[in-house]
Design a protein. Structure first.
Length: 133
């Protein structure tokens, strides 16, 4: 009886370990993809860089809205490793030309068009940038 309970507990712990390992592999793959896109090492997003973004002292950077500032403050509080994974995932989705992410982005563009957030010209430009005709 106790042997079965211990065995089930060990199996659950093994499954949890395998899931965590798979999650780490996925995040490492996205970091690798982002590094390929950038042509080398993924730049580290430091607190100073985030402060400059919040202040608007980076030349050529548009002024941030309130929600963007809140998001940056949340990112600033993150663990540096987690922050790097987050940016790598964002860059990796853009870099990877897989059809799944393109389909997701196309669906979002369609929703934005239906909601009236995009006009026909903006819609065509967005599709062109995705490489969809």
């Amino acid at each position: 009886m106790l042997g079965k309970l211990f065995k089930k507990k060990e199996e659950k712990e093994q499954e949890k370990f395998e899931k965590e390992l798979a999650k780490q592999e996925v995040s490492q793959k996205s970091v690798d993809d982002a590094q390929k896109m950038l042509g080398g090492e993924m730049p580290e997003i430091t607190d100073e860089m985030i402060d400059q973004m919040l202040e608007g002292s980076i030349p050529g950077m548009p002024k941030l809205g309130a929600m963007q500032k809140m998001a940056l403050k949340g990112i600033k509080k993150m663990d540096p490793k987690k922050r790097k994974e987050l940016f790598a995932q964002a860059m990796g989705k853009v870099a990877s030309g897989d059809g799944e992410s393109k389909e997701e982005m196309l669906a979002q563009i369609e929703e934005m068009r239906a909601a009236g957030q995009l006009n026909s010209k903006q819609y065509k430009i967005a599709k062109k940038r995705l490489g969809i005709k």
